[in-house]
Ligand binder design. Sequence first.
Ligand code: BGC
Length: 352
Amino acid sequence: MKKRLVTTMFAVAAVAATMSTGVMADDAHVIGVAMPTQDLQRWNQDGSNMKAELEAKGYTVDLQYAGNDVTTQVSQIENMIANGDELLVIASIEGDSLGTVLADAKEKGIPVISYDRLIMNTDAVSYYATFDNYLVGKTQGEFLVNALDLDNIEGSVNMEIVTGDPGDNNVNFFYGGAMDVLQPYIDAGKIVIPSGQVSKEEVATVNWSTETAQQRFENILSSYYADGTVLNAVLASNDSTALGVENALAANYTGEYPIITGQDCDVANTINMVNGLQAMSVFKDTRTLASKVVEMVDAIMTGAEAPVNDTETYDNGTGIIPSFLCEPVAVTVDNYKEMLVDSGYYTEDELK
Ligand code: BGC
């Protein structure tokens, strides 16, 4: 019985390897996949989705997580190059810190795909695959305008802003997309920011850390809201930082609960959404991104044309990097079942 199962599994694997456009398993083409951290739910999903899909196409996958430590990521990439990995897929920790190691990859003719976050200031990057990051920010901004009814209300609302790691190029797009929508309301006095913290530097969160966001928010609450000032909204760029805000509010705020944005539809935040503690999250289906990157990898490895749909937006300092942008979608308590459960992203049980 066991033997039969094993034989069947091999047969399935062999069929998968020959049927796909990929390479045969025994050719052992190794693809290096460098992910930033296992601390955040999404990168675990990104990594395992990529691994499974690449293996189904017959590739061998060298998947590494760097614990959000730049030096570790650099040495993991050095090892991938030394071990003969033939293509590198990298979600960087700090976009600007990989120039030297990637110069080596380029010299050895190893193509590099920048995954989700753009790797900056190196001409070693062949392609970029991500979600439309500007649209993520714009979606959050537009959600707040509608939810706060800013075009119709008399008077003003109070809002605070929390974004992510200053070394992550995506932050510029999340913040930029949201502020392009919200700035006119700030200028018109419809949105007031009691802390006065609005510049990209002031609202950043190193490593996108929940704890860091929570600490900053506890300070904001005790300095600007302890007198009963109402907080109407929080523009949080993603779910890990939104969670920090929600934790701070739970322990330090009793006023009318604010409208909070997020991104990723992490399990904890989706549960908070269902419980009324977070108004929305921008869903970026990591399965879609992984599949697109696997298509790119396979095209490069087989000499076909890699899929791109944007050749204007992402300049990494050495020129425009041809990109594929996947589409983000706003999720709220009204559509989370359809988007997250019916689509098979989560089971009902995972969201309990
Ligand atoms: C990703 C987000 C993620 C954040 C923190 C960003 O670069 O695009 O999806 O929430 O990093 O890991």
